[in-house]
Ligand binder design. Structure first.
Ligand code: C5P
Length: 229
């Protein structure tokens, strides 16, 4: 049986990728399916939390979870900050585009007369996790709210990935960072995942590659342990 250890807690989960409009028919996106975030949302709900899932994913909404649909990083930011204003825990499993086209074309981009591609200039998207940390510092997000980020790493999962994870955790200023290996054929869209759960007090939990449900359980266990000690 599941622990009912998140009863009365408000949990916000973001999941899936973002879509950044190029023109009326095209977007910049990524391969994130939303499965990991959905697994976290479903389990948090089953463990008693009131869960808001902010997502671009069209996966079925887990029981008793409130879903908010978004497409772009800026929509994700707006909805996440609003939901976080009353949250106990925010878990940012979404794969957010770091950049978006600087100008969205009103009409479909055409090839140049010489057949050359049109140039798409990019501009930076806001870092939502950094914005959550800043909002918490000024009281717009409760000071007791636990912030969990993800770091998707491709390639090896050796010491360097952990080192990068540590550095990223410090840089982002969140409480936990889940470091997982991703790639077209490994994690995205698949049912298994694994990695490390790093916490800002120096702790690290290795989660062997297994199901996204198991990683979800380990993340929630770690967050509950932090909030009850
Ligand atoms: O810096 P990096 O993209 O690796 O950080 C990953 C974490 O930061 C994830 O939790 C992701 O949801 C979050 N992030 C964000 N806004 C961005 C980029 C990443 O919230 N623009």
């Amino acid at each position: 049986t599941l622990p009912f250890d998140l009863a009365g807690k408000r949990v916000v989960v973001t999941s899936g990728g973002t879509r950044e409009e190029i023109d009326p028919v095209r977007f910049l996106g990524n391969h994130s399916s939303g499965k990991q975030g959905h697994a976290i949302a479903a389990l948090a709900s089953a463990r008693g939390a009131e869960v808001t899932l902010v997502t671009s994913s069209s996966l079925p909404v887990p029981p008793a979870v409130t879903k908010i649909d978004i497409e772009s990083a800026r929509e994700l930011r707006e909805q996440t900050l609003e939901a976080a204003a009353v949250a106990d825990i925010v878990i940012k499993a979404a794969a957010v585009a770091d950049f978006r086209p600087a100008d969205v074309s009103d009409s479909k981009l055409k090839k140049g007369s010489d057949g050359e591609p049109a140039e798409i200039r990019l501009t930076r998207n806001p870092d939502i996790l950094a914005d959550l940390v800043a909002a918490r510092a000024i009281g717009e997000v409760p000071s007791s709210c636990v912030l969990v980020g993800f770091a998707a790493e491709t390639g090896d999962t050796s010491g360097t990935v952990l080192e990068h994870g540590r550095a990223k955790l410090a840089r982002k200023g969140c409480d936990f960072l889940v470091v997982n290996e991703v790639g077209r054929d490994t994690t995205f869209g698949k049912d298994d995942n694994g990695g490390w759960i790093l916490d800002s007090e120096g702790g690290e939990i290795l989660v062997e590659r297994a199901s996204k449900d198991l990683l979800a359980a380990r993340i929630l266990d770690a967050v509950v342990a932090r909030t009850t000690t």
